[in-house]
Design a protein around this ligand. Structure first.
Ligand code: NAP
Length: 266
């Protein structure tokens, strides 16, 4: 299968590494000369130019969120109408506003780290992860979902609008809370010196790549604001009523949600 990947950062690089096996011909579009040198023995063709994608059967657009529409537009003049195209942007509704001349199926892997760039990518990134598929025009999703399974992930279908509300709660707001929690302790050197694993784990997302953080707010601001209101309601509930029954309930639900090796089992 001929597969194209645009943007060889954390997500695109991890897709490339995992699919670098017999049965796949990889075509990589990268603007970075160092990355191009590193992957020249993995991909069949590497270029800055989209033309190398002309014969691809499926293309992954793995650019920053803010560059996704530009990449999808450029592909209109390159790939055939039978080519499947997906983007991996963490926000989905904004990519569904235009009909495309190819088989476009927006998606979002629920896997990542706070790091970015090709050197941060690794082939096991998607193992055991959910990968949201949000079809709208093209309803033939097997080519993509089969590949998602090969990458080690589980395809989950959702409407783009519902996806954006959900990720605001479990991905985008946690990043802001993490940034605020970290910033709120910065004026206390003793607190920072004493901080151990609890503070480290709850502030991991404060180190999120800044481009991604800015894009999440710009492209999903309305949903993040609603999620924040919900969060503040719970903050006030617990402030006014720090009740052992409520806490036991929260604890049990949290324990039931993740396996011992940290995978979401819901
Ligand atoms: P990343 O590591 O920064 O990779 C993005 C890549 O896009 C860069 O390495 C670069 O690739 C290319 N790029 C940079 N600027 C560009 C521009 N102006 N125009 C076109 N391409 C450009 O970021 P990432 O974490 O992989 O994120 C990529 C996409 O995945 C985003 O849409 C993000 O929302 C989504 N996503 C991220 C995560 C996460 O946790 N990080 C999880 C799920 C989905 P080259 O150097 O090869 O040109």
């Amino acid at each position: 299968m001929k597969i194209g990947i645009i943007g060889l950062g954390l997500i695109g690089g991890s897709i490339l590494k995992k699919l670098s096996k017999p049965g796949y011909e990889l075509y990589a579009v990268t603007g970075n000369d160092e990355t191009a040198e590193k992957i020249k023995n993995i991909a069949v063709k590497v270029s800055k130019d989209y033309d190398i994608l002309a014969e691809c059967e499926l293309v992954f657009v793995c650019t920053p969120i803010r560059n996704t529409i530009e990449a999808l537009d450029k592909l209109e003049n390159v790939v055939t109408k039978d080519c499947y195209v997906t983007d991996v942007a963490s926000v989905k509704e904004f990519v569904t506003l235009k009909k495309r001349p190819y088989k476009f199926i927006p998606s979002h892997p629920m896997a990542g780290t706070e790091k970015n760039g090709y050197d941060a990518s690794f082939e096991e990134l998607f193992i055991g992860a959910k990968w949201v598929v949000t079809p709208y025009d093209c309803r033939e999703t097997d080519a993509l979902t089969n590949l998602i399974k090969k990458l080690g992930a589980e395809p989950i279908f959702a409407e783009a609008k519902e996806h954006d509300k959900a990720v605001a709660m479990i991905s985008h707001l946690p990043m802001y809370v993490s940034q605020c929690l970290f910033a709120s302790a910065l004026d206390n050197p003793l607190a920072l010196k004493l901080a151990s694993s609890g503070f480290r784990d709850t502030t991991r997302l404060a180190a999120t790549n800044t481009t991604l953080a800015m894009d999440m707010l710009e492209f999903n601001g309305k949903n993040i604001e609603s999620a924040m209101k919900n969060f503040v309601n719970f903050l006030n509930t617990l402030k006014d009523n720090y009740d052992s029954e409520i806490l036991r309930n929260i604890k049990q639900k949290r324990l039931d949600m993740y396996s011992k090796d940290g995978k979401n089992v819901l």
